[in-house]
Design a protein around this ligand. Structure first.
Ligand code: ATP
Ligand code: MG
Length: 354
């Protein structure tokens, strides 16, 4: 039986893929590679130009020599809705069939153009004494899913699974960082170029998902507009400017420090707002820690700001380093460079039926 699987993350800045195999009940890293995408090929988490993405995928497969053309892909866009709902208990097969009827009015989308999924969390009994299942209802606009599949096929690949990117993040980071089962609630925050995926999990089981349309690109764009610099200059200013943890009194209003500080603070406030919303409305009344990934999270000072804003310990997710180099040929330096970028692809390559 083949025990190799490839996760393909079609992101705003790049296409990335991870090939994993299972040996002695542990995942091993076989390959990791990425290829940059032209600006605009993917916007707000949605594929706009499948042919351009397909071309990048073909280059990536040639460069990184993946062993198969079958991939799992992820979806994270504004046209994805995730809600905690309670439905009457039915067998999983029956549930799949009757889901549209059971949940039709609970999702603000046209069901004829929506792909539905349900992630069961717990069984219960309602006030009338009937068995129920509580879980996460996922609705994704069919167009978003189809465009991603079209891009993968344009790259010569076959898509075998489509998952929600935030669920993949949990698989990548929870397995990698704490193999023992823990009961704490942890928030996973992946800050990309244009999107920020947030998911709160307990024991690796997702409880809440939110996808924000914000990321590292917002910082770059503000630098371009406010300083009148070009894209490469804005990128290097962003990477090199050091924020000082809040004391920006000495900086002038239009200095890089102030601009970056302002956008970072907006991002951090949005993240904190989403956590507060969950705590106010969800079944859990506290979050213990945050794990942070994504290239956008590397903006200097962001991690510290997030710690201050939430009062929570924030650690960095290291999905590749935790796997070790395997046969990938990557050095420890490569691994730590790619670690913040690889969570989604790693999670898409992890499967439960190993
Ligand atoms: N060292 C760094 N310092 C600051 N920002 C960085 C650094 N490295 C990458 N970035 C920023 O990270 C962003 C890209 O992150 P990432 O690759 O995780 O996004 P993506 O997965 O392509 O996008 P998305 O998840 O939104 O679709 C860009 O905005 C880039 O400028
Ligand atoms: Mg991403």
């Amino acid at each position: 039986m083949s025990s190799t699987r490839i996760g393909l993350d079609i992101s705003t800045s790049s296409v990335r893929a991870v090939q994993l195999s299972v040996k002695d009940n542990a995942y091993r890293l076989d390959r990791f590679g990425q290829m940059p995408l032209p600006l605009g090929a993917v916007q707000e988490g949605e594929v706009m130009d499948p042919q351009a993405v397909g071309t990048a995928i073909r280059h990536l497969w040639k460069q990184s020599k993946f062993r198969s053309k079958k991939v799992s892909i992820g979806i994270a866009s504004q046209r994805v809705v995730v809600r905690l709902i309670e439905i009457p208990y039915v067998e999983p097969d029956e549930r799949r069939k009757s889901l549209p009827l059971m949940v039709g009015d609970q999702i603000p989308m046209d069901l004829s153009e929506t792909v539905l999924d349900f992630v069961p969390l717990e069984q219960g009994i309602n006030a009338e004494g009937n068995a129920t299942t509580k879980g996460l209802l996922v609705g994704a606009a069919e167009g978003v899913v189809m465009k991603s599949i079209e891009a993968a096929e344009a790259g010569g690949l076959t898509v075998t699974d489509v998952d929600l990117t935030p669920f993949a993040l949990v698989r990548a980071l929870v397995r990698a960082d704490h193999l023992g089962m823990r009961q704490e609630a942890e928030a996973v925050v992946d800050i990309g170029a244009a999107t920020t995926s947030m998911v709160i999990h307990v024991n690796g089981v997702p409880q809440f998902v939110r996808i924000l349309m914000m990321g590292g690109q917002d910082v770059t764009e503000r630098l371009i507009t406010d300083l009148g610099v070009n894209l490469p200059t804005a990128e290097s200013i962003k990477r090199e400017t050091v924020l000082d943890g809040g004391d920006t009194m000495v900086a002038t209003i239009d200095s890089p420090v102030m601009i970056i500080s302002d956008v970072v603070q907006q991002l951090v406030d949005e993240i904190r707002g989403s956590l507060d919303y969950y705590l106010a409305t969800g079944p859990i009344d506290h979050i213990d820690s945050i794990v942070l990934t994504g290239g956008g999270s590397l903006v200097p000072g962001l991690q510290e700001r997030l710690e201050i804003a939430t009062g929570l310990p924030v650690r960095r997710g290291t999905p590749l380093s935790a796997l070790g180099p395997g046969d990938s040929g990557l050095t420890p330096d490569h691994l730590s460079f790619a670690d913040p970028l690889a969570s989604a692809a790693v999670g898409l390559a992890i499967w439960d039926d190993q």
